[in-house]
Design a protein around this ligand. Structure first.
Ligand code: ADP
Length: 376
């Protein structure tokens, strides 16, 4: 028996030591924390106040402990305490509640607070522990982000407005240049000068087309792209576009392969013509000397499919996703071929507005096929 006593008391001492050690660890964590850690009774009386709470709210531990928690609650937020205590009494935690508290010198401190019940050894709720994080810097960063976002949005709006206005301003003198060139062409008789005039007319046409594309971009951005849909034969439209482009690009052979004799569809014929012209001119521009171009037309249950196939330079696979983005061009891909990178963007917008789809299949060095589908 005598032997058992020291062993029992040793056990108790070890248990006490362990619990003291645990207390010491917890206490140093609380002391070192950057978050304010506060405990209070269910009546709201502060029972502990760590150094981070001193730093955050400017009250010394001796000034805060024993006071009611309303010490740091702004008057217009006092009912928050009733809500928090209500939750605690029901055994619930209040997680990441964002609010404002007031420091001793009247400074408003935005915090994110988590409040949990404190239980006694019998499991009864006797108070609440509160961990508060100062979120002023986060809020300042959020406000700064929102301000920058708004600034970019306004600049973007201004840019679109500017593109719209500038395009109109550019179109007017261009129309008169075109008119004067026509007058000159009637006056000039020799062939060489006629040749120069024709070249000048072609350049005016190119600038005109670029300006029209820019105008369309600004219409899309402003949500003002109008569609005038009607029922028409898209096979005939494709054949007409091919004829016109083949006439102006005699080195190319453009073949139309269709599984049907006619393909009536409801869409805006001018906009669809614009898409086919865009795809075909790209096939010509990026042909890399391969003159064979094929336009495929297929009529299926879910709509009409049109594909423009070339045997040109192709598109790198990592660029396929971006190819329809506004102002996107494949870098160093086609030196000497100028463009603004808006033709495919416009084509995609037009097709999507018709509830259709547009996509590309391509292999670098082998060629590309641009497909679009319009619903029946
Ligand atoms: P642009 O041709 O005026 O630059 P697009 O929007 O029509 O603008 O085309 C975007 C880019 O996609 C082009 O710059 C080119 O790099 C690539 N691309 C378009 N069509 C083809 C094609 N048929 N073959 C190879 N690359 C193409």
């Amino acid at each position: 028996m005598e032997n058992e006593r020291p062993a029992y008391s040793q056990l108790v001492t070890t248990a006490l030591n362990l619990s003291e050690q645990k207390q010491a660890i917890l206490s140093s964590i609380i002391t070192a924390s950057d978050d304010a850690i506060i405990s209070k009774t269910l009546q709201g009386v502060i029972t502990s106040w760590n150094p981070a709470a001193v730093k955050m709210f400017d009250y010394a531990e001796t000034e805060a402990v024993g006071q009611h928690i309303s010490l740091i609650i702004p008057k217009d937020r006092i009912e928050e305490e009733t809500f928090i205590i209500g939750e605690i009494e029901r055994g619930n935690r209040v997680d990441h509640f964002e609010t404002i508290r007031v420091s001793k010198n009247g400074k408003m401190v935005p915090i994110s607070v988590t409040v949990s019940p404190i239980l006694d050894s019998m499991g009864k709720i006797i108070g609440a522990s509160k961990i508060a994080r100062d979120i002023s810097e986060r809020l300042i960063a959020q406000e700064e982000n929102a301000r920058l976002y708004e600034q970019v949005r306004l600049l973007n709006e201004k840019k679109d407005e500017f593109i719209g206005l500038a395009s109109h301003e550019l179109k007017t003198p261009l129309t008169s240049i075109h008119g004067y060139l026509q007058i000159l062409s009637r006056m000039v008789k020799d062939e060489r000068s006629q040749g120069f005039l024709e070249k000048a007319r072609q350049q005016v046409k190119r600038v005109n087309a670029l300006i029209s594309d820019l105008l369309d971009v600004s219409k899309i951005e402003a949500g003002k792209l109008q569609l005038n849909s009607e029922r028409f034969d898209i096979l005939k439209l494709a054949a007409d576009v091919i004829e016109m482009l083949a006439h102006n690009n005699k080195k190319f052979t453009i073949t139309l392969k269709s599984s049907v004799k006619e393909a009536f569809t409801t869409a805006d014929p001018h906009r669809i013509e614009q898409v086919i012209i865009n795809l075909l001119t790209n096939a010509i521009r990026y042909a890399d000397g391969n003159p064979q171009i094929t336009v495929h037309l297929d009529l299926k249950d879910d709509g009409v499919f049109i594909g423009v196939e070339d045997s040109g330079i192709g598109i790198p696979s990592d660029k396929l996703e971006d190819i329809f983005s506004k102002f996107f061009r494949v870098n160093n891909h086609s030196p000497g071929i100028s463009g603004l990178g808006i033709g495919l963007y416009l084509s995609q917008e037009i097709i999507l507005r018709h509830n259709g789809l547009i996509w590309v299949e391509s292999e670098i060095g082998k060629g590309s096929t641009f497909w679009f589908k319009l619903p029946n």
